[in-house]
Design a protein around this ligand. Structure first.
Ligand code: 5GP
Ligand code: MG
Ligand code: MG
Length: 211
């Protein structure tokens, strides 16, 4: 969508190419994903693992819709959750060097649980391919992945996302907690970045690091 169709934070005007997924559509899709998850797990308790930081907004909205499903239909406790931090990205490219960071997450808690990983975007699939075997070491009952976005990329690891919000074209996207150098997380829509603005954000990030 052209940028003037939706409201964009004034501090990002000129830095975006277009709106790819407006916030209302993200919400509508998240509500349906929550319903699908609820009916697939048949009311069983889920242990949700939010992948920080990009997955934080999607996680927050998804559990809001999940809570509605459970409160209407089951007397059981709906879910537990924890946070994990995984990184492989440097700027705009996936390095392939996937690192799982200590966040205080309790790996012991995974044993026997139905683990649902909540991610912002699957690109090459390397992050998920590295993380899932790590989780399996702690003997969860099942591990599934719910990702808001998956990029259509040639030569990807063909990673299959169990619950997918949207397939997106192979552009760098920001907003809804997805960042470029920590910027753009505070935008409700998912947008395609205007590449001409990258030096500006590189300089801002550099200044921030050295201040
Ligand atoms: P993968 O390992 O699948 O190549 O990369 C997954 C991770 O890279 C995502 O969790 C996300 O943090 C980051 N990533 C991949 N594509 C994009 C993108 O278009 N925009 C942003 N902001 N992050 C991305
Ligand atoms: Mg991520
Ligand atoms: Mg990032």
């Amino acid at each position: 969508y052209p940028l003037d169709v939706f409201s964009i934070p004034v501090h990002y005007e000129g830095d975006l190419e277009s709106v790819l997924i407006p916030s209302g559509l993200i919400q509508a899709r998240s509500e349906k994903l929550a319903e699908d998850i609820f009916s697939d797990y048949d009311g069983a308790m889920i242990h949700i693992l939010c992948c920080l930081k990009g997955g934080a907004q999607f996680f927050s909205d998804l559990i809001m819709y999940l809570k509605r499903c459970y409160s209407r239909r089951t007397p059981t406790v709906p879910f537990t959750f924890d946070f994990i931090r995984v990184s492989s990205y440097k700027g705009m490219t996936s390095s392939g060097d996937v690192q799982v960071h200590a966040t205080g997450m309790d790996f012991e808690q995974l044993k026997g649980k139905h683990v649902l990983l909540v991610e912002d975007i699957v690109d090459t699939g390397r992050t998920m391919a590295a993380l899932i075997p790590e989780l399996h070491k702690h003997q969860p009952a099942t591990v599934r992945v719910c990702s808001l976005l998956q990029k259509r990329v040639p030569n990807s690891a063909n990673f299959v996302v169990d619950y997918l919000g949207f397939q997106v074209p192979n552009h760098f996207v920001v907003g809804y907690c997805l960042d470029y150098e920590e910027y753009f997380r505070d935008m409700d829509h998912i947008c395609i970045i205007n590449k001409a603005c990258l030096p500006k954000y590189d300089a801002l990030a550099q200044a921030h690091r050295t201040s």
